[in-house]
Design a protein around this ligand. Structure first.
Ligand SMILES: Nc1ncnc2c1ncn2[C@@H]1O[C@H](COP(=O)(O)OP(=O)(O)OP(=O)(O)O)[C@@H](O)[C@H]1O
Length: 980
């Protein structure tokens, strides 16, 4: 009997076994096999999987279908049943001669691979569906709704997997690829299976589950949105730009998953990873994302337990605690067998991760003076924290610490495994964030367009917290009564207005012109609390403190203060400002608007503050700082600096009308004078520190970060005459601002002030995060720059286009250094134009970018018209022989070029021979750098011949080419100007 006849004959029995027990599973697994063998196509599958029909109706449909498909289909069907059913179910059934389920050729697409491998995938994913869903969610292939529809509790795990596979197929190729890539990763060596000794007991597993669930619930929502609508982290999280720097100062971009990975490791023996970034750059949000992904088992798969700490909350812990108490009281309490869980942690440090968010908010600066290594002994929190960071306590536990840069001094740096720099949103990140924020794409486009239309605003939006405010207050922004925001004070006034508007009795009609005066009482009460807090490094407030400042429930209801879910044992309510920068803003309002302030309030803000207390022996542990014991260190509190910046901004003429209602003109005038005087005094201190120039060198000022802060204060004031006065006394030829965390916001302020310089300077901004937007911001001061150094600043061709468009018009502009950016052949046409039109341009350094022979050809075009360039650096590009040939040709007649570098450019002997021709004719070149190429003896012979005709060249560098030591020896004897 053939297979078709067997099916017909046994129809009732087959129906009975496939219906067995009313479970879909036998039918589903047979369908998996038939799909994989292509006996059924997707449409067939849908016809037999009709949810509304009873199971037996679907099975009958399948029997009809395979019967109609003929003998082969029926053979496969019987073989599938034989393979899937248990022995007792198969008893009495006849399967004929059977057929073998063969593996098909590898399908061409990922979606068809999912079908071909369906039976295996169902088995594999059954126990790991969360991991797969997480990866689909984090990569944006799935929405939360998709995940929910897969994980309905009515489905068995296998059914959930099938729903997932069906959904992935529906989403298309990208989703299918993502899933397959995830499955190709080596199975996470779960701590359970990795080593026997790592096997956690049942109680540890229960604890892990509880911890995961507690961490997940704490990290699901973003706190900034607390009072203004709930935003889940999944819906709004946008990747920030992360970098690590190696020991030679080169930076590499990395992803969230690399934060705790080996990339960028500088000190293998240390366990603390620092994530540093400016205020509002997204550090807390980043660790929150790490927490959430760990809790969902989507990241940090080798971390068995993750303990999240907030330094802000640790500040409020005045008790002495042991490590055990710290973990269990502050993070998650084990319901069973505490000792065993703690012992597991002690025995397996490599399976544990601690995160400490906001080290800069910790009352005491890091010190390694007091050693402590006993996990059960009670000690003050700072001792515990600092010893954990050093590794004296719990060596081997990985720690991720976030901080603003100023709080990380050399004493902590010694204990860092690596430092990850968080630089806020990239331009693409801003777009992505806006799109995530608005469900209406048309609205998102409007916002993006208007942000991009205003470069100062675009610069601000690189900092996520500003970006959030701009988006939040978009209505006010569009209403635009007071013009488009330019400064951070403008942006924070918007948010103030927005919140009051929301709570006003007639939200539709808008606030009156005197809106600030109407809410002055609330502003002053919140401002006083904010200022007191900042002065004592206090960011969490009790109900009592609110009461003391007469802050009512109604005031809290406006939304600036949010309830802070303190996870310590103390269950009294605590509050914090929506964001710490908002606390600074209120403090600034208080400084400006409170009539009882003493006159020195402003000047104190601008004075250097010595914050750190050395040693833990001071009696003020856990208490507010006593300024009388502060000493020696010159680290100004960054939040007070931000406050000073807001004070400057509020005193800007632009906000005169608004403030006039709240503060008499005479008081305002007095305050303005105070600010200007303080700024001028601080500037003078900087200028006085400028060393006398060494003979033969330029007079140069190496600015400290606080110089950038002063510049930002001047910018906030928006008064050109103040900027002019400040620059009138700056008498340097070179202004060095390397490693000063200069991003687009800082570039705006720098340009505003530096455009008033009396004499042009060389502006050195190497190793910052200027980017294309920052470059655009710098344009106003380009006329005052004879040289611009922008090494390692994430600049692309587009930034260069804008820069050179302006640069061509600037008479003074003569040198540019762009080593290690993101430049390609596209930018060389702009340089070519510059070289053609600027016959006083001296130095062009484009090392370590992506310029090939195509770019070299374009550069050559410009060079052949130029009679001024002295230095041309192309180190570490890919111009090759062709590039060397065209450049050599173009430079032959140059009477000015004295230095040329083609190091590490894939130049061979053909390129060297072309350069030899150039040497033969050129009379200006002094140094030629050709190290790290692939030049052979034949190429060097050409160079030697050419050098016989040339007296100007002093040195030709040829290290690291295709020459044997003997050849090098022999060649250098022939020509002493060659260096190997
Ligand atoms: N990656 C991100 N995706 C979406 N929004 C973000 C992101 N990063 C930050 N934000 C927004 O900016 C706000 C401020 O960010 P966050 O508090 O993480 O900054 P921070 O660097 O920790 O600031 P501070 O140093 O002042 O404590 C967040 O509450 C959120 O609204």
């Amino acid at each position: 009997m053939n297979a078709q006849q067997l099916i017909l004959k046994q129809r009732a029995e087959l129906l009975a076994v496939l219906c067995g027990g009313g479970s879909d599973e036998p039918l589903e697994s047979v369908l998996d096999l038939l799909l994989a063998q292509e006996v059924l196509v997707w449409e067939d599958y849908l016809r037999v999987r009709v949810a509304e029909k009873p199971l037996c109706a679907n099975i009958r449909q399948l029997l009809d279908l395979v019967y109609d498909k003929g003998e082969d289909a029926c053979s496969y069907f019987l073989a599938a049943i034989e393979q899937e059913l248990a022995e007792e179910q198969k008893a009495g059934l006849c399967f004929g001669n059977g057929c073998v389920m063969v593996g098909k050729d590898r399908p061409a697409t990922a979606t068809s691979t999912l079908l071909a491998d369906r039976p295996m995938l169902v088995r594999r994913l059954r126990d790991n569906i969360d991991g797969a869903l997480n990866i689909l969610l984090t990569t944006g292939c799935f929405s939360i709704k998709d995940c929910d529809s897969v994980q309905l509790p009515v489905y068995t795990p296998s059914q959930q997997v099938r729903r997932l596979l069906d959904q992935v197929k529906f989403k298309g190729e990208t989703a299918a690829k993502t899933l397959l890539e995830y499955l190709e990763q080596p199975e996470p060596t779960s701590p359970i299976s990795a080593e026997k000794e790592n096997t956690p007991s049942a109680d540890c597993l229960v604890y892990q589950k509880k911890l995961r669930s507690s961490v997940a619930s704490q990290s699901l929502f973003l706190s900034t949105y607390g009072g203004t609508g709930r935003f889940s982290l999944d819906d709004i999280y946008t990747d920030g730009h992360l970098e690590v720097m190696n020991s030679s100062g080169e930076t590499t971009t990395l992803g969230l998953e690399d934060v705790v990975g080996p990339m960028g490791t500088l000190n293998e023996d240390a366990d603390t990873v620092l994530v540093s970034g400016e205020a509002g750059s997204g550090k807390s949000t980043l660790v929150q994302r790490l927490h959430l992904l760990w809790a969902r088992e989507a990241l940090l798969l080798n971390t068995f337990l993750l303990f999240p700490f907030s330094c802000r909350k640790l500040n409020a812990e005045h008790r002495e605690l042991s490590l055990k108490e710290l973990l269990f009281l502050h993070c998650c309490w084990p319901d069973r067998n505490q000792d065993e869980v703690f012992q597991f942690i002690l025995d397996h440090p490599h399976l544990v991760l601690f995160t400490f968010d906001g080290l800069d908010e910790f009352k005491l600066g890091f010190t390694d003076e007091e050693r402590h290594c006993c996990p059960t002994k009670q000690v003050p929190i700072p001792v515990l924290l600092f010893n954990l960071l050093q590794g004296t306590l719990m060596k081997g536990v990985m720690k991720v610490v976030t901080s603003r840069p100023h709080a990380v001094g050399p004493s902590l740096k010694r204990y860092l495994r690596k430092e990850v720099l968080l630089k806020g949103f990239s331009p693409g990140g801003i777009d992505c964030f806006v799109k995530k924020h608005y469900s209406d794409p048309a609205m998102a486009t409007r916002v993006i367009e208007s942000v991009q239309g205003n470069t100062a605003l675009l610069g601000l939006c690189h900092i996520p917290v500003f970006c959030w405010i701009v988006i939040k207050c978009y209505q006010e922004l569009l209403a635009g009564q007071d013009g488009i925001p330019q400064t951070i004070t403008d942006v924070y006034l918007l948010v103030l207005q927005h919140f009051f508007q929301r709570k006003s009795s007639q939200p539709q009609s808008g606030l009156g012109k005197a809106w600030l005066a109407e809410h002055l009482d609330t502003v002053l009460k919140l401002g006083e609390l904010a200022l007191e807090g900042l002065q004592t490094s206090c960011y969490v407030f009790s109900g009592y403190e609110l009461q003391r400042n007469r802050i009512t429930e109604q005031d809290v209801g406006i939304g600036f203060l949010i309830y802070c879910s303190d996870i310590s044992v103390n269950d009294c309510k605590r509050y914090e400002f929506l964001h710490i920068t908002l606390q600074c803003f209120f403090a600034a309002l208080y400084v400006i608007l409170n009539r009882n302030n003493d006159r020195s309030a402003i000047s104190r803000l601008f004075q250097p503050r010595n914050r750190q207390v050395s040693g833990l022996s001071q009696s003020c542990l856990g208490q507010c700082m006593d300024h009388s014991v502060e000493e020696s260190h010159e680290a100004e509190t960054a939040n007070l600096q931000i406050t000073a910046q807001f004070v400057s901004g509020l005193l800007s003429q632009r906000h005169n009308n608004l403030l006039l209602e709240c503060c008499p003109a005479a008081v305002r005038e007095r305050n303005v004078k105070q600010v200007v005087k303080s700024l001028s005094k601080r500037m003078q201190r900087h200028f006085k520190s400028i060393p006398r120039p060494v003979e033969g060198e330029k007079k140069s000022m190496h600015a400290m970060p606080s110089f950038v802060w002063l510049i930002k204060c001047i910018y906030e004031l928006q008064d050109n005459s103040i900027a002019q006065d400040a620059m009138a006394k700056l008498d340097v030829e070179h202004l060095k601002l390397t490693y000063c965390n200069i991003g687009p916001v800082e570039c705006t302020a720098l340009a505003y002030v530096l455009k008033n310089l009396r004499k042009p300077v060389g502006l050195q901004l190497d190793n910052n995060s200027v980017g294309d937007v920052g470059v655009e911001q710098l344009l106003p001061c380009l006329p005052m720059c004879h040289s611009l150094y922008l090494r390692n600043n994430n600049i692309s061709d587009e930034g260069i286009r804008k820069l050179l468009e302006k640069g061509i018009e600037c008479e003074n502009f003569q040198k540019i250094a762009l080593f290690n950016n993101k430049l390609t052949d596209t930018c060389t046409q702009y340089f070519s134009c510059l070289l053609k039109s600027k016959q006083n341009f001296l130095a062009l350094r484009l090392g370590n970018n992506n310029i090939t022979s195509v770019g070299a050809e374009q550069l050559a075009e410009g060079l052949s018209y130029n009679q001024s360039l002295q230095f041309l650096g192309l180190w570490g590009n890919k111009v090759g022989d062709r590039g060397a040939e065209v450049l050599a040709d173009a430079l032959t007649n140059s009477k000015t070029l004295i230095w040329l570098s083609l190091v590490d450019n894939g130049v061979g002997s053909a390129g060297a021979c072309a350069l030899a021709k150039f040497i033969r004719q050129n009379k200006s070149l002094e140094e030629l750098w050709l190290n790290k190429n692939s030049i052979c003896k034949e190429g060097v012979d050409c160079l030697i011949e050419a050098l016989k005709m040339n007296t100007s060249v002093k040195k030709v560098w040829l290290r690291g080419n295709n020459l044997s030591p003997q050849e090098e020896e022999q060649l250098s004897q022939q020509e002493c100007r060659l260096t190997f």
